[in-house]
Design a protein around this ligand. Structure first.
Ligand code: TRP
Length: 379
């Protein structure tokens, strides 16, 4: 199977990220960035010191925004030899919506996206919340370690609440950072590659780990039950959608990993450009055109300025032809693989069953340690 080369690239920024950065604090963001660089250097030296946990909500098909934002980086870390767990966060789907939707189809489709893009189910444990009761049970002691006021202050929860258009906050939305701490801590992950928007969750997990230790620390051991996880600020690129806004399903501006070549061509044909026929790479003043150039550059591993220069007076039409060709040839092998995988749901279910069994073994051991530390082992 051919997998696209995953490589680290520099972090681009968007407006939402900047607003959240303000909420998190410039100084702590810079500190996390510096720490991320140290960690990258350590990974290069000895990847076996790390266990990484990441995940996604199964709410729809993955697109190029996900790929360049996070997935390529996960594949890179996996291939460097970092022990990797990937969570299909199915319980998190119901934090801010009323139902689970066509959940089974979405879980299998997300899994097919992962495998097609290079997550290796032999080396990497892929699992879902609903199959790991011991992970979910950690929510109880963990909830006792945070205050309601802290939960209300979480900037990620606040911005997600705003995005739901004024609907009332569910108890699960308010407390999902604690559930996410259980995701991270159940397997004692010390590495959580995230975007800026998820940093408060990692901070929440560190706090819970520390407070658990303060309250229940094991007298017989100087090793804490939960090591403090580090955020790894993703070496990802924010690519925009075809309308120049954040790539997101609800805007209809995505290029999905599993789209057909024709659908891709149609989406790119409708992509927003601007009145200047001469193509340049100028992300600040020409965000839409530059985003298309950037996409072509990332997909062909070339310099965006050189690509823009080549197109020059060829205009939007030629730019779109170049981007469409770049996307379709980059994704052709993985789309074929994805289709094969989806045609074999038995195989996909087997992969998930394996991953669930592996994750569950870890969760059982951790819950046992937790209950022992809490002296709740009378039977
Ligand atoms: N909250 C993440 C998202 O919406 C998904 C997620 C769930 C996650 N649990 C996690 C990410 C643990 C990192 C670690 O994308």
């Amino acid at each position: 199977m051919t997998t696209p080369d995953a490589r680290p690239v520099t972090t681009a920024d968007d407006g939402a990220g900047a607003a959240l950065a303000d909420a998190i604090g410039e100084a702590s963001l810079r500190a996390t960035q510096a720490r991320s660089e140290q960690i990258e250097a350590q990974i290069a030296k000895d990847p076996s010191e790390f266990r990484m946990l990441t995940g996604d909500r199964p709410t729809g098909d993955l697109h190029l925004g996900h790929y360049f934002g996070t997935l390529a980086n996960r594949v890179r870390l996996q291939n460097l030899g970092v022990e990797t767990l990937v969570l299909i966060a199915d319980y998190q789907v119901i934090t801010d919506r009323d139902g689970v939707g066509p959940i089974e189809e979405r879980v299998l489709s997300l899994l097919a996206d992962y495998l097609a893009m290079g997550i290796d189910p032999v080396r990497t444990t892929i699992f879902c919340h609903s199959a790991i009761p011991e992970l979910n049970q950690l929510m109880l002691p963990f909830l006792s370690l945070v205050t309601e006021a802290e939960l209300h202050r979480n900037p990620t929860v606040k911005s997600e609440l705003e995005a739901t258009g004024g609907r009332a906050m569910s108890g699960l939305l308010l407390t999902y950072p604690v559930h996410q701490a259980a995701d991270i801590l159940f397997c004692k992950a010390n590495l959580v590659p995230v975007g800026k928007d998820q940093l408060p969750h990692v901070e929440q997990s560190r706090l819970i780990a520390r407070r658990f230790e303060e309250r229940y620390g094991r007298a017989h051991s100087d090793r804490p039950v939960f090591p403090a996880p580090d955020a790894l600020l993703s070496a990802g690129v924010a690519v925009l959608g075809t309308d120049g806004h954040k790539m997101s399903k609800s805007r209809g501006n995505t290029i999905d990993l599993g789209m057909s070549a024709d659908e891709t061509a149609r989406r790119i044909k409708r992509a927003v450009t601007d009145a200047n026929r001469h193509i340049t790479y100028d992300p600040v003043d020409r965000p839409e055109v530059s985003n298309l150039v950037l996409l072509a550059a990332l997909l062909t591993e070339r310099d965006p300025v050189a690509i823009a220069h080549e197109i020059g007076d060829g205009g939007g039409k030629q730019l779109k032809a170049v981007v469409t060709e770049a996307i379709n040839s980059f994704l052709a092998p993985t789309r074929a693989r994805r289709a094969e995988l989806l045609a074999d749901p038995g195989y996909l279910r087997g992969v998930l069953a394996d991953g669930n069994a592996r994750a569950r073994e870890i969760a059982v051991a951790t819950l046992d340690e937790v209950l022992t530390a809490m002296h709740m082992t009378y039977v």
